[in-house]
Structures are given as C-alpha cells and as structure tokens.
Design a protein around this ligand. Structure first.
Ligand SMILES: N[C@@H](CCC(=O)N[C@@H](CS)C(=O)NCC(=O)O)C(=O)O
Length: 250
C-alpha cells in the first residue's frame, strides 16, 4: 500500500505523482497544505523530519526526497521500468536528476516566491503571532531562516534575475543534451524527464514561456510537447487543488 503526502502544485510532489501515474500505481492521497503550515505540524514532522513535501509511505516504511522516491519506486515496481539499462544512458539520467535538485529546485523556488508564495500568504490574514508559531514549528533552521527573510523582505529583483539566469543556463544545457533525444537520457523516457518536467511547467506558468519556446530552444520545446502528451503527465497534473480560494490556479 502506497500513501503520498504531497501538495498539489509543489514541483517535487508533481514529480512523484508523474512517476506513480506512469507506473499505474494507485496511492492514498494525503494532501499537506504548505500555506496553512501543515508541513511543520508535529504529525507531519514525524513523517518527514525536514518538514517538506513529498513523503511516500510504502507498507509502513517512509521514504523522503523526491528523487530518492523516484528511484525507490522504480526498484520496488520495476514492471514499467523508468531507468535505462545502458550504463552511459543511466549516467545521463542521473546527471539530470542531480541538475533538477542542484539547479532547478532552488532557483524555481526563488522565482516563484513573489508571484506565487507571497501572494498566497498575503491572502490569508495571518497575525505575526501565527507566523511566529508556524516558524517555531519548522524543524529546519535553513528553511525557517529563508521563510523569515522572505516574509519580511520578499525576493529582490536582483535575486529574481539571478534565479532566471541560472534557469536559462540549465535550459541551455538541456537543449544541448536533447541532441541525443528524444528524451533527456537518450532513446527512452526515464526518471530524468520526470525529474525535470515540473520545473519546465513552472517556468511556463511564471510567464517566461520564451525560455522554453521553439524560437529559442526548439529541442526543449519539442520535448515539452512530448511530455505533456503523455497520459502520466496529464494524470499527475490533473490533481485538483482542494483549496478553492487559492488565487493560484496552476
Ligand atoms: N529535496 C527535497 C525538497 C523538498 C521541498 O523543498 N519541497 C517543497 C515543495 S516543492 C516544500 O515542501 N517546501 C516547503 C517550505 O519550504 O516551506 C525533495 O526533492 O523532496
């Protein structure tokens, strides 16, 4: 039995939902609302000591870290395999999984703050006391410090520009890698594509579609079309936001 603790629009959660859908694995859904700070509450800290989503529970065992969850699912449910057998292709797959963590996640997070995270928080009339209580619950000093800083100062234009420059550099590498295509690790659709797809979706949502558009990056643009045509992608992204008042819709 699989249970997924996730948040509808979290990029790391979207990866895991894509993998589950691609493998046709049913799961129990536990939605954790990041904007009511459920991820820092004691019950969830027992599941994920880092206070982030996603977390996967499999027959009572907890696995955290989205990229680790992807490989775990492929180990335990190999019937629909998502890792190439060829060692070189597998190395390419791992590089893209690593890039998704090292470059894509932190920079997409920075770029998402002002137009998404701050907008949601502003919509909820939290008192300073409620914010302080939420932060006191946060298990990670790293995330707590970032949250406080951004809550007080937002993300500056310079920080945002730096994040987009990093993402542009990553997309340039993607364009080059896809010469071997059609997928990021070569011939076969793999965990590399799953690890990167939610970030490309977010770049589009953040109204920077030219970064992944055909004029600038034809191979990335075609890859993105192929990804979106997959039933697993459609299923993973069809997960509806339980909070109907959320001003963010995609
Ligand atoms: N390396 C972790 C990162 C998890 C992560 O940061 N998740 C985000 C959502 S994509 C989160 O829970 N953020 C909550 C917060 O920063 O307060 C993974 O890949 O699972």
């Amino acid at each position: 039995m699989l249970t997924l603790y996730h948040y509808w629009s979290s990029v790391c959660s979207q990866k895991v939902r894509m993998c589950l859908a691609e493998k046709k694995l049913p799961f129990e859904n536990k939605h954790i609302d990041l904007f009511t700070f459920e991820h820092w509450e004691p019950f969830y800290r027992k599941i994920n000591k880092k206070g982030v989503v996603p977390a996967l529970e499999h027959d009572g065992k907890i696995v955290i870290e989205s990229n680790v969850i992807l490989e775990y699912l492929d180990d335990v449910f190999p019937e629909i395999g998502l890792r190439p057998a060829d060692p070189y292709a597998k190395a390419q797959m791992r590089i893209w999984i690593f890039n998704s963590e090292e470059i894509a996640h932190s920079n997409v997070n920075t770029a998402s703050h002002n137009p998404r995270h701050a907008v949601r928080l502003a919509q909820k009339p939290y008192t300073q006391e409620q914010i302080d209580r939420a932060v006191a619950n946060c298990p990670s000093p790293i995330i707590a410090a970032r949250f406080i800083h951004r809550h007080e100062h937002g993300v500056t234009e310079a920080e945002e520009n730096q994040a987009y420059a990093a993402l542009d550099y990553l997309l340039g590498m993607m364009e080059d890698s896809l010469v071997q295509g059609p997928w990021l690790a070569g011939r076969d659709y793999s965990l590399a594509d799953i690890a990167m797809a939610p970030f490309i979706n977010r770049i589009e949502v953040l109204k920077r579609p030219e970064m992944v558009g055909a004029a600038k990056r034809p191979r990335v643009a075609e890859w993105w079309q192929r990804i979106q045509a997959r039933p697993g992608f459609k299923e993973a992204f069809a997960f509806a936001n339980p909070d109907k008042n959320d001003p963010i819709k995609r």
